[in-house]
Structure formats: C-alpha cells, structure tokens
Write a protein that binds this ligand. Structure first.
Ligand code: NAD
Length: 274
C-alpha cells in the first residue's frame, strides 16, 4: 500500500515571511489576515500608509510581535519597491511568499477611454507587477531557498468583457507575465501561480468607486442591482467576497500547491463566458 505523507498539525506558514502589495484593503487585506492566521509574518506594501499601518497594527495585536509590518510603497516606483524589499529582508532575513495584488479598476467603452486612463492602468497593473516580481526574483536568486509568488489577476483576464478593454488586457498581461515567470522560477525553486476572481462584492474599495456605476451602465441596470446581477449570472448563485479569494491565494502561497506552477485558479462562482 502506498504510504501517504500526512500534513503536520501545526499552522502551515509558521515562520514564513509574506509580502502583500495592496494589503491595506479588499483582497490584499483579507489575505494578510488569512496568511497571518496560518503563522506568517506579513509585510504590507501599500500606497495607503494609514490603511497599511492599521492592518499591520491589528495583526500584531492579534498574533504577536513581528507578525505585521507596514511599508508605504507605490508599486510603480522602482526605488520604493527596492527599498520596501530591502526593509523586509532587514527585518526578517528573507522573503518566502509574495502576493502581487495592488491594483486599480476601470470600466468604460473604448471610445471613452482616455490615453491617461490607459497608461495609468498599465502603469499600476503591468509595470507595478513587474517591478515587484523583479525585486522578489532578485532576492530569491540570492537566497537560493525558493519561494512562492501569487499573481492576483482577474476573471477579466480570461474572458472578454464589454467596456473593459484597458483593464482586461492589462490583467491578461499579468497572466502571461506569471506564466513566463513560472518558467524562469523553476530552476530556482520559485513557483508562480495566478488567482482570477470575478467581481468582488463589498470589502473592496473598487466597489465604492465610479467603476460600479460604469458596470451597472454596461449591463443596463441600476448600481443597487449589481450585486444581485453578479450573483444570478454565476452557476452557484453566489457573490464573491475578499475572504473567498484569500483562500485561493493561501492555496498557492503554501506548500498545499507544492507541485503546481504556472497554474490558474478562478474564484468566480462558476461564471459561464459572458
Ligand atoms: P482595493 O481597492 O480594495 O485594494 C487595492 C489596494 O491596492 C488598496 O489598498 C490601494 O491603496 C492599493 N494600491 C493601489 N495602487 C497602488 C500602488 N500604485 N502602489 C501600492 N498600492 C496600491 O481592491 P481589490 O478589489 O482588493 O483589488 C485587489 C486586486 O484584485 C487588484 O489587482 C484588482 O484588479 C484585482 N481584482 C479585483 C476584483 C474586484 O472586483 N474587486 C476582481 C478581480 C480582480
């Protein structure tokens, strides 16, 4: 009979160092708590200094000294990203997990998409993810003990959506970035995987922006009907919340997915192509 290797009972990320971009809000915030709950030391990189500090302070008060740290950082700024990783290594001696998540949303018909909006999306979503990945890979090459990166893309990266050309194409670039990084990471024990959530209802600050009105306009409904609309179009008739996405991120961040790289996991309630 094949002898099964059984999972040890302790918290599975005990002692690991996890960097999360955009950890002050939404999916990143939920992920910060989820990874800390499994024992990780969580470093939050966010442009929102106050929000990041609040989450880090709460993690310390719940889980203990050193379990949360906030580093104000604009992920589109090369020097700030390098400095954030330098501070992380200084504080914890290395990095095991990187969640590439900080992002912004946009929805408009292509004819109403300004060049500035297009550039801003590609700046944050593509350049930002690249800068964070490059810094992580430099550290992982030097450390020589491997690592795990999770790219938070979007269902929009896989399925074409009306009035989302700028956002969806930038998200698709993140998916391919991840696949290429997975190829490069193999020989140094670094895994890179992708989580693709569909619209996250509440808990995300994107939900409170113009994006919501624009999406409602696209579907020809009122903004108040959007939550129900998203629920009804899923196979499971559910809405997706930040905590649901955090579970998928934990799967890829941890050894649960030790034999998977370049993989994609959707968290969308089973949405048929729309
Ligand atoms: P959110 O707005 O709640 O959180 C995003 C965080 O990123 C914020 O704390 C913000 O301050 C930070 N941020 C933005 N620009 C930054 C920058 N330049 N440098 C550093 N930090 C920056 O949004 P969310 O819903 O949690 O989104 C997280 C990720 O998930 C994004 O990449 C988003 O595209 C993706 N996503 C969101 C949804 C959704 O419906 N909310 C669906 C699919 C994918």
């Amino acid at each position: 009979l094949y002898k099964l290797t059984l999972r040890p009972p302790e918290r599975e990320l005990a002692g690991r160092v996890a960097v999360i971009t955009g950890g002050a809000s939404g999916i990143g915030r939920a992920t910060a708590y989820r990874l800390a709950q499994e024992g990780a030391h969580v470093v939050i990189l966010d442009i929102n200094r106050e929000g990041a500090e609040a989450v880090a302070a709460d993690l310390v008060s719940r889980y203990g000294e050193g379990r949360g740290m906030a580093v104000p950082c604009d992920v589109t700024d090369e020097a700030q990203v390098a400095e954030a990783f330098r501070r992380t290594v200084l504080a914890y001696g290395g990095v095991d997990i990187v969640i590439n998540n900080a992002g912004i949303a946009h929805s408009a018909p292509v004819t109403e998409t300004s060049t500035a909006d297009w550039d801003r999306l590609y700046h944050v979503l593509v350049r930002g993810y690249f800068l964070v990945a490059r810094e992580a890979f430099r550290i992982w090459k030097a450390q020589g003990i491997g690592g795990s990166m999770v790219i938070v893309a979007s269902k929009n990266a896989l399925v074409a959506g009306k009035n989302t050309a700028a956002y969806s194409s930038a998200k698709a670039a993140e998916v391919h970035l991840a696949r290429c990084l997975a190829e490069e990471g193999g020989e140094i024990g670094v895994r890179v995987n992708v989580v693709c959530p569909d619209a996250v209802i509440r808990g995300s600050s994107i939900w409170d922006t113009r994006w919501r009105e624009e999406r409602a306009r696209t579907y020809g409904i009122a903004p108040e009907q959007l939550e129900e609309y998203y629920r009804q179009r899923t196979t499971l008739k559910v809405n997706v919340y930040p905590e649901d996405v955090a579970e998928a991120i934990l799967f890829f961040a941890s050894d649960r997915s030790a034999k998977t790289t370049g993989g994609i996991l959707t968290v969308d309630g089973g949405v048929p192509a729309a």
